[in-house]
Design a protein around this ligand. Structure first.
Ligand code: DAH
Length: 476
């Protein structure tokens, strides 16, 4: 451990200060599909006939979900990711993500029904995670040059196929199929940093509801006839889309927000504190994020945590789906984030644990016929010590192209779930030859046992070796 005289906590603190300072040209903020406006400028696809297999460096194709895909210059899947494709944790009865999914669906079914108590929302939880750029980006009006399309952020099978980065990728297909209210649950994939709340595979739930003029104003009784869904004279403002009448904008916003507030209250309790923050997504306008407050256990200042993104569906998107006379709203939420909050799970990797001591804690409410809502609080099985190690190297040339996400993938491919966090803690340019020196801190920790430092060292050395082979870096 190269911690000098500092304690581990001090190092982490120091490192987070450095990371938040402005001098990190090689690192980046995680790219999501939108951003909040306040921060200015700044499933299964049927049978798995063949096992998932990766191209090794020279292979021309890969097998995923029983299909073969030609690889090309965009291919960047790793073995570890391939192993996890179609994991379907949300479909495994007894898993905390199954429990959460079923609570949410239960809430929707109890509160939104069609005639004869049929559920209003159709639940779709088995769509293939392999999608086209058209589904993941174009159909959602995400611009051609949007950073979320970069191979450094997306797992591409090849130029024509990728692992969905969000469940929004299915919105247009399902709308075109004629669904007017649906929930999509599925695994999503993003190349991202490594820490306790980020994992390259996680699960999302998407909700969409669209309305005809009659449906939207059904509650208005007397005045329903005089209300109009569209008003072509209205321009786009921060509060509304062009062509939407004032009543439409207000009503959709109200329906959306009350739906999600109701969900948050049902799950987290009626006394939960929440707030709406204006946001931007290419596929909705206006857009918001819902934040909930959780008090610090040490009595310090309360923290606001972003729980979901949502908004009024862009009319252009609905027009593109052949639905010019409908309006609607949509939302997307990360299931792990909700489950961590709800069940007090401290580390996202735990959702991948096969340890019976972990899963047993969620078993009771998941039994057929049991009360899904009985309280569950995760109790740590035991805490094993972290083992931090630093790796510093020179990039081969001043103009060497190198992306931290490539390094994170390499670390994960080799260290698997033994890696808890990887952070770029230092970087500087050689004054003479202009080469960059980078230093990453890798924190190894197992959730199942104490790692010996020899074990961590062996993995660490393997990572160093692979970095040398892959990028010709020079270890310092
Ligand atoms: N797809 C967004 C994401 O993953 C979340 C989201 C935001 C989904 C707004 C929506 C929405 O349906 O309307 O970052």
């Amino acid at each position: 451990m190269q911690l000098g005289n500092l304690t581990f906590q001090e190092c982490l603190l120091l490192q987070s200060c450095r990371l938040h300072s402005k001098r990190l040209p090689l690192s980046r903020l995680p790219v999501i599909y939108g951003h909040r406006l306040a921060s200015t400028d700044s499933g299964s696809s049927g049978g798995n006939a063949a096992p998932n297999r990766l191209n090794n460096a020279s292979a021309k194709s890969l097998f995923l979900c029983g299909q073969e895909f030609e690889s090309d210059d965009y291919t960047n899947l790793t073995d570890r990711i391939i192993e996890q494709v179609n994991c379907g944790l949300h479909r495994q009865r007894g898993h905390p993500l199954w429990l959460l999914t079923n609570r949410i669906v239960g809430h929707f079914n109890a509160n939104y029904t069609r005639s004869r108590s049929r559920p209003l929302f159709t639940v779709v939880d088995n769509l293939s995670p392999i999608v086209t750029p058209e589904q993941n980006f174009d159909s959602l009006l995400i611009p051609a040059d949007h950073p979320s399309r970069r191979p450094s952020d997306v797992y591409y099978l090849n130029r024509g196929r990728l692992l969905r980065g969000h469940t929004s990728a299915h919105q247009c297909d399902l709308l075109r199929q004629g669904l007017d209210a649906f929930l999509v649950v599925g695994d999503v994939y993003r190349r991202d940093e490594i820490d306790r709340s980020h994992f390259p595979v996680f699960h999302q739930m998407e909700g969409v509801r669209i309305y005809s003029q009659e449906q939207l104003f059904a509650g208005a009784k007397d005045s329903a006839d005089s209300l109009r869904m569209f008003d072509r004279s209205r321009n786009r403002t921060d509060e509304q889309q062009a062509g939407h009448s004032v009543e439409t904008s207000k009503l959709l916003e109200h329906e959306l927000k009350s739906c999600l507030e109701g969900l948050a209250r049902r799950l987290f309790g009626s006394s939960i504190a929440y707030r709406w923050v204006p946001a931007y997504f290419p596929f909705t306008h206006p857009s918001w994020e819902l934040e909930v407050r959780h008090s610090q256990s040490d009595g310090g200042e309360a923290d606001w945590m972003e729980m979901l993104g949502c908004g009024i569906v862009e009319q252009r998107l609905l027009d593109g789906c052949g639905l010019p006379n409908r309006t609607g709203w949509a939302f997307g939420l990360g299931l792990e984030r909700w489950a961590m909050q709800l069940f007090s799970v401290p580390d996202i990797r735990l959702f991948w644990s096969k340890d019976p001591a972990f899963l047993a804690q969620f078993a009771q409410p998941c039994q057929p016929g049991a009360d899904l809502w009985q309280p569950v609080q995760y109790k740590p099985i035991s805490v094993y010590p972290p083992c931090p190690m630093d790796l510093s190297f020179w990039l081969p040339a001043a103009d060497a192209s190198f992306h931290s996400n490539d390094f994170y993938d390499l670390v994960r491919s080799i260290a698997g779930d033994l890696v808890e966090q990887v952070s770029l803690i230092d970087e500087f340019r050689h004054p003479k030859d202009g080469r960059m020196s980078l230093c990453y801190r890798i924190v190894y920790r197992s959730h199942e046992r104490t790692l010996t430092s020899e074990e961590a060292r062996t993995v660490h050395d393997q990572i160093a070796k692979s970095a040398v082979t892959r990028w010709a870096v020079q270890i310092r």
